[in-house]
Design a protein around this ligand. Sequence first.
Ligand SMILES: Cc1cc2nc3c(=O)[nH]c(=O)nc-3n(C[C@H](O)[C@H](O)[C@H](O)COP(=O)(O)OP(=O)(O)OC[C@H]3O[C@@H](n4cnc5c(N)ncnc54)[C@H](O)[C@@H]3O)c2cc1C
Length: 419
Amino acid sequence: MDFEYTPKVKDMQERLLAFMDEHIYPNEARFFAEIAENRAKGNAWVPTQIVEELKPKAKAAGLWNLFLPKSTRAPQGLSNLEYAPLCEIMGRVPFAAEIFNCSAPDTGNMETLERYASENLKDEWLEPLLRGEIRSAFLMTEPDVASSDATNIECEIRRDGNDYVINGRKWWSSGAGDPRCAVYIVMGKTNPDAGRHEQQSMIVVPANAPGITVVRALSVFGYDDAPHGHMEVLLKNVRVPAENILLGEGRGFEIAQGRLGPGRIHHCMRTIGIAERALELMCHRLNTRVAFGREVARQTVWQERVAESRCMIEQARLLTLKAAYMMDTVGNKVAKAEIAMIKIVAPQMACQIIDWAIQAHGGGGVSQDFPLAYAYAHQRTLRLADGPDEVHRNSLAKLELAKQLALPGEVDMPITRGS
Ligand SMILES: Cc1cc2nc3c(=O)[nH]c(=O)nc-3n(C[C@H](O)[C@H](O)[C@H](O)COP(=O)(O)OP(=O)(O)OC[C@H]3O[C@@H](n4cnc5c(N)ncnc54)[C@H](O)[C@@H]3O)c2cc1C
């Protein structure tokens, strides 16, 4: 495996870093101030001007839609391995990915439409998403069932003549708070009597279809994540044309597997970026604060933590690059063990490093003066979103156990009890 960045990626890295320095870091405070201002006026759910101002600049700089591999509709898209170091840079600032049209859940939804939608649906929804004119949400999780087991999803998608009629309640529909969010991909049951993995389907639903109510916004450790948001959405007798079903009835589980692979690795790439930033902030703080007569950095407990952080980031990055390489070369299905591994490793790594960085900043660490508290809240959710840690560990363990069972000449180890 060769993880050397190609000249094309190195060039893009340089341009992206320059863009971050010129346009993104200097506007971090403005982004949050704009949202606070909108909130104070009574409506946080409006797009920020700063993000809208920067999007045409990112497009003009050739830093647009980099996430989508092998699509004629987005020829600038990179392979997963090429995209990894760039996505990592975007991950350093929470709102940066959107400026490059590379943010969740739109990237996962665009990839789903690209792979599984008809040409008509692509023209209608994928094209405006790729142009960054609209946004989207993915509606799988439901409040009433353990949704980490996707076979539990209960939302009803019932065929009625040339339409499907949808009834269900969803929550954690990220992005559905944004007024630009024009389309949902909804997962639900078309046939409760089919086999366990053939009951579910995915369907494209315009966000303004009659019968849809965005009930409320859920907070994340007290943050509303406006204007993106995580919404509870009620679908009551929502009617969409039968052609909106993706791939066909009973294929939802299969699509979920295809969709969640790229989405998961993108989260992990960004996670490495925020972990790097936390380590930088931690080192700067430790080098510049003096307590009990010397810089805090000279306390060995902090040297331990700094060294450990560097090891953890490098390990996670290498594993991410390996997963990206496998996705590019053998496909998402064969790479599922590596995708599960990185989804387990990266958010825990980032949570630990951000936690140390918060500690290094003392009281300031949990305040709004540093990006650490918000970063921690976001990274902690990634141990749940796109599947809780335990579920990924279960799948990984099953793959490992099956692999070991298939090995020839297995040694029969006696089990000793007590000693
Ligand atoms: C910030 C955020 C954004 C999200 N965005 C979206 C989105 O855009 N669209 C969407 O559809 N969903 C989204 N989600 C929902 C997320 O995907 C679910 O919360 C997650 O899949 C878990 O489902 P659940 O909440 O129903 O938990 P449950 O399925 O009820 O699981 C609860 C807990 O049970 C334990 N558990 C479950 N299975 C096992 C097992 N096999 N072994 C051991 N323990 C187990 C785990 O500890 C797990 O955390 C988001 C969540 C968050 C927090």
